[in-house]
Design a protein around this ligand. Structure first.
Ligand code: C2E
Ligand code: CA
Ligand code: CA
Length: 442
């Protein structure tokens, strides 16, 4: 490499170095520089605290008010924090879009004055453009006493910040042993998932859906399983989501289901519609629909045998993309089901404009409302769904009396352990709903 003096004079070099080390917009250290600094600073920071601050709802501020105003908020925040940093000898850096990282050489506890100083920054309303704002934040703290890997402490503070945000507005959370345990657990699941992706480690089970009126089999819900024992979807699906792998799960489950339909057909069985769970984070997989279309062609399966279960989550973000997805699936002749109904929005308004044919009432509503004195609510919801010309499937029905009651309310379809747990493909296709206790094992 050429000697720096040969290219730049001293002045220019200093300027360039400053640019490399600083965030252009906020004029504080850049994330890259903070990282590099930490790599070389373990001795200086043997006793330290790492604080990650995240501005809540920044994405929607950006979307609502535009970049200029959003930048204004960041600049204001950076200026305030910078003043504190200089006064207290902290190192302050921009830690990604709307996040800040502070390192200080003190161990902090909940009542430490440093934290009050930081919180006070967000107490005062301020102007950005012509608008007055008061933002709230999530603050995560990791204390590092004689810990060598400081970069890991930053990750810990980030993890603590995520917990803080989940607790409400302007919360502070300290990284703890418990969180560490959780992180270790997550790492194990992550590795098992990676392994399963590479080694065909997933399969599908099929839970029967039963027509409430005549007890005929009306279809199945496909549910993913890992071949690795002791791994449940409620554990690994969230980890897959968090790591950006859910689109892979989405494609794989779709492929397994279409192949299974072809196999059943080739074995001479009558086919039933199978619903596939679609996670809202799959919206970024923009070629999912052509992928599904290709599979249906390849295996010569009528689209009426595939249904997609969406959740209210798809309606929250990226409505344009969601609407596009709905339309394309509808054009293909694929039915949409609204899953987990009753757990998200309290508004029902969206039911009038999104093209779902079936509403699946969540188990928690059955558990909470299908009880003496409260169950007229369930009756009303079913009636409302029917008024909208849609069908109602009830999930999580475990008892005969629940089935009887729901049937009386006019529910169309029942899915639950009372009729059957999820079954292997071979068991599912020969399953016949009966009125007696048929609780089969998985
Ligand atoms: P979900 O989509 O609401 O699926 C229904 C869950 O309720 C299934 O759990 C099913 O086994 C369980 N269930 C059905 N009837 C009863 C009952 O009577 N009593 C009780 N206690 N439970 C019942 P599972 O298979 O463990 O799946 C849990 C969640 O994981 C699913 O909830 C879904 O959100 C997710 N999941 C499962 N498979 C997939 C998949 O292939 N793709 C995606 N994206 N998510 C999946
Ligand atoms: Ca589902
Ligand atoms: Ca559900």
């Amino acid at each position: 490499m050429a000697d720096k003096e040969n290219i730049y004079n001293e002045e220019e070099y200093k300027k360039l170095l400053y640019q490399v080390q600083h965030d252009e917009l906020l004029d504080i250290f850049s994330r890259r520089y903070a990282k590099e600094y930490l790599r070389n600073a373990s001795d200086v920071w043997s006793c330290a605290s790492f604080i990650v601050i995240d501005i809540e709802g920044f994405k929607s501020i950006n979307a609502t008010y535009g970049h200029e105003i959003a930048d204004g908020i960041l600049i204001h925040t950076a200026l305030k924090l910078k003043a504190l940093a200089i006064e207290n000898k902290w190192i302050l850096s921009r830690h990604g879009g709307d996040q800040f990282l502070i390192m200080c050489n003190k161990t902090l506890d909940e009542g430490h004055p440093y934290l009050k100083l930081i919180r006070d920054v967000f107490e005062e309303p301020f102007r950005a453009g012509s608008i007055e704002f008061k933002v709230s934040v999530g603050i995560g703290v990791a204390n590092a006493n004689n810990v060598l890997n400081l970069e890991e402490q930053v990750d810990n503070a980030e993890e603590a910040m995520r917990v803080a945000k989940s607790l409400g507005h302007n919360k502070t959370f300290f990284y703890s042993e418990e969180l560490q345990q959780k992180a270790v657990q997550e790492k194990i699941i992550r590795e098992k998932l990676r392994d399963a992706f590479d080694n065909d480690g997933f399969y599908m089970v099929y839970q029967p859906k039963v027509d409430a009126h005549d007890l005929s089999l009306s279809g199945f819900e496909a549910l993913i399983r890992m071949k690795e024992p002791g791994m449940f979807p409620s554990q690994f699906i969230p980890i897959a989501e968090k790591n950006g792998w859910i689109w892979r799960i989405g494609r794989m489950t779709t492929e397994l289901v279409v192949k299974q339909l072809a196999k059943w057909r080739d074995e001479g069985h009558e086919l039933y519609p199978v619903s596939i769970n679609y996670s809202s984070n799959q919206l970024s997989d923009v070629s999912y629909v052509p992928f599904l279309e290709g599979l249906l062609k390849e295996y010569d399966i009528d689209p009426k045998y595939v249904e997609i279960e969406i959740t209210e989550g798809v309606l929250l973000d990226q409505t344009i993309r969601a609407n596009e997805l709905f339309k394309r699936l509808q054009d293909m002749g694929i039915r949409l089901l609204m899953d987990d109904f009753g757990t998200g929005y309290s508004s029902l308004g969206y039911l009038t404009y999104i093209p779902v044919d079936v509403i699946k009432l969540d188990k928690s509503l059955v558990d909470n409302y299908l009880v003496e004195g409260k169950d007229s609510f369930i009756n009303d919801v079913i009636r409302l769904v029917h008024d909208l010309d849609k069908q109602m499937t009830i999930e999580g029905v475990e008892e005969e009396w629940q089935y009887m009651r729901l049937k009386g309310f006019g529910a169309d379809t029942i899915q639950g352990y009372y009729f059957s747990k999820p079954l292997s493909a071979d068991e599912a296709i020969v399953y016949k709903p009966t009125f007696v206790d048929v609780k089969k094992g998985e």
